[in-house]
Design a binder for this molecule. Structure first.
Ligand SMILES: [Zn+2]
Length: 237
């Protein structure tokens, strides 16, 4: 029986490894999907800022064109001042020139604001570009690592599955079935008994049961969680 317990301990260690490996096989592609998404988001942000830059630039150019058109109008009206035939006409032209100049001054203020804003956006754009680069590198690295890790895991998986098959063949059929049944129900089937306590469910085991476990002649299950109990002496191999 001790031999059988040893085999079960090995089997459980293998099963835990296999479970971890299967989990990893699912997690790695998920990780890559997340990195890809982060890169896409960084790219989107950069594109938005680039578009904003373009829009600001267009708006500024439009205002500058308007300023130069209004400037021409001012020049033209100033020219007409000298040809004014009456005071009313002169005053009216002066008034129009004033209004135009006010409009120009207002547009100039707006241009300054747009330039400031464009500078801010440019700075953000620079950072966004860096971020895209960073994310591209992270993704590249993660892909390379995942590829290698998956290959390695896949190779080891095949070896360990074979090992598991050999091991389960060495076990008594009923023992193996019991192990599998408890494993299905409890996640893992084998658990150490220490100081009259099941280390799986942490319930106190009756002294008689504990002694039987210690003897190791039969397979004893925890009366509370049904896991197979074993006793491991410190100086035991
Ligand atoms: Zn238990």
């Amino acid at each position: 029986m001790r031999e059988e317990i040893k085999l079960l301990v090995k089997l459980q260690a293998l099963d835990l490894w296999l479970e971890e490996a299967e989990k990893l096989k699912k997690e790695l592609p998920q990780q890559i999907r997340e990195e890809t998404k982060a890169l896409e988001e960084a790219k989107e942000r950069l594109e938005k800022l680039q578009q904003e830059s373009k829009d600001l630039d267009m708006e500024r150019r439009r205002k500058e064109r308007e300023i130069s058109e209004l400037g021409e109008k001012v020049g033209e009206k100033k020219g007409r001042l000298f040809q004014a035939k009456s005071n009313e006409e002169y005053n009216a032209l002066t008034k129009e020139i004033e209004i135009l100049k006010e409009k120009i001054s207002q547009l100039e203020d707006e241009v300054i604001l747009l330039l400031d804003r464009a500078e801010e956006v440019k700075a953000k754009e620079g950072k966004a570009k860096e971020r895209v680069k960073e994310k591209e590198e992270t993704l590249k690295k993660a892909q390379a690592q995942a590829k290698e890790k998956l290959k390695e895991t896949e190779e080891t998986l095949q070896e360990r599955r074979k090992e598991r098959e050999e091991l389960s063949n060495r076990l008594n059929q009923r023992t193996y079935q019991l192990y599998e049944r408890v494993r299905q129900n409890r996640g893992y089937a084998l658990v150490e008994a220490q100081k009259y306590t099941c280390q799986g469910c942490h319930m106190e085991i009756p002294p008689q049961t504990f002694l039987e476990v210690k003897k190791g002649e039969d397979l004893i299950q925890c009366p509370f969680c049904n896991r197979i109990l074993y006793y491991w002496e410190k100086n035991q191999e």
